[in-house]
Design a protein around this ligand. Structure first.
Ligand code: CP
Length: 352
């Protein structure tokens, strides 16, 4: 494994909120941003994920690759999918898992994040999986500790493993449709793929990571949103097109990726009303009917049903929402394994 950032890793170059990545302690490798992966790095992670999808189908979906390693999930913001998915991934790799919430920690008594992280690290930790409301928090943790760090979503900045599991899911479905196994499929399927990313792009770390991933892989990205939900500048965003008209875009895309309207990050203040947003940008059954044959519908979750996606659309066969979640476990196993693994994965031919 060569592409996850280590002490020589490149700095994120895209986001105004991008943290400066200083040399990591002890030459540890991290996954802080999709920007640091490039097409080759993404392809490598997707290939290793194939092996872990296969492991997940076994009667005992567990391998000993990270036995003796300790992974901490340090979450300072709510999560269902990402947290449980990382914890499941680490357990399936036989790592010991410590689940840590800042809300119930001594941070509430005034301890700083740095003191808290250094205290947990002193117990002997190999990897921190960090979610935080502040952009750059995982990069800061990476500077403080001698352990690998995975960004599990930081503020408006990035959510790299969400983008990776989204890429994996698209590649898997396209391979299935072509009657091929996804193993060895490479990433050629993304070249020229037309992906609409719809909704609250401005506040979305998911959008930022997905745009970077799709740009690296040669897809065409169309951002669809009202102006108030777009970033003030798209400099450095590899997008093909920006549109305010979802109905006009839908017939021409291969993937319609819906973003959650992020009320907790103030999205409501940028809209006349949620109802009006839903009227113009919600994927209703009528709008889903405008999609071409075979177009995929995706959403990172949690969904605001009836706002960005209608109930009946979420239930359509081409809606991949739960498949995205399932694949997330395998993709996160791949990431943890590539950062920490030493022993090959039995029965897969995969080694770190
Ligand atoms: N998609 C995602 O990050 O979901 P959670 O906030 O539930 O982890």
């Amino acid at each position: 494994m060569t592409r996850l950032a280590g002490s020589e890793g490149p700095r994120p170059t895209v986001s105004p909120a991008a943290p400066v990545v200083e040399p990591a302690k002890g030459g540890r490798r991290h996954l802080l941003s999709v920007a640091e992966l490039g097409a080759e790095g993404i392809a490598e992670i997707l290939e290793v994920s194939d092996a872990f999808v296969e492991v997940g189908r076994r009667s005992i979906p567990k391998v000993p690759s990270l036995r003796g390693r300790t992974v901490v999930t340090l979450f300072a913001e709510q999560s269902t999918r990402t947290r449980l998915s990382f914890e499941t991934a680490a357990k399936r790799l036989s790592a010991d898992v410590l689940s840590f919430s800042l809300d119930t920690s001594s941070v509430k008594k005034g301890e700083s994040l740095r003191d808290t992280v250094e205290t947990v690290a002193a117990m002997g930790v190999d990897a921190f999986v960090v979610r935080h409301t502040s952009a750059g928090a995982p990069a800061a943790v990476a500077r403080w500790v001698d352990a690998s760090v995975v960004n599990a979503g930081d503020g408006w900045h990035e959510h790299p493993t969400q983008a990776l599991l989204d890429c994996y899911t698209i590649r898997q479905v396209l391979a299935e449709r072509a009657g091929r196994p996804s193993q060895g499929a490479g990433v050629g399927c993304f070249v020229g793929l037309r992906v609409a990313i719809v909704g609250d792009v401005r506040r979305s770390r998911v959008a930022r990571s997905l745009v970077l991933a799709m740009g690296s892989l040669g897809a065409e990205v169309i951002l669809v949103a009202p102006g108030s939900l777009l970033p003030p500048s798209l400099e450095g965003w590899p997008v093909t097109e920006v549109s305010y008209d979802l109905d006009a875009v839908l017939p021409h895309v291969d993937v319609c990726y819906l973003l959650r309207l992020q009320s907790e990050r103030g999205a409501g203040a940028f809209l006349p009303s949620v109802r009006e947003y839903s009227t113009w940008y919600g994927l209703t059954a009528r709008r889903a009917g405008l999609l071409g044959d075979g177009a995929l519908v995706m959403h990172p979750g949690p969904m605001n049903r009836g706002v960005e996606i209608a109930d009946d659309v979420a239930a359509l066969p081409q809606s991949l929402v739960l498949r995205q979640v399932s694949n997330g476990v395998a993709v996160r196993m791949a990431v943890l394994f590539m950062l920490l693994g030493q022993a090959p994965v039995p029965g897969t031919g995969v080694s770190a």
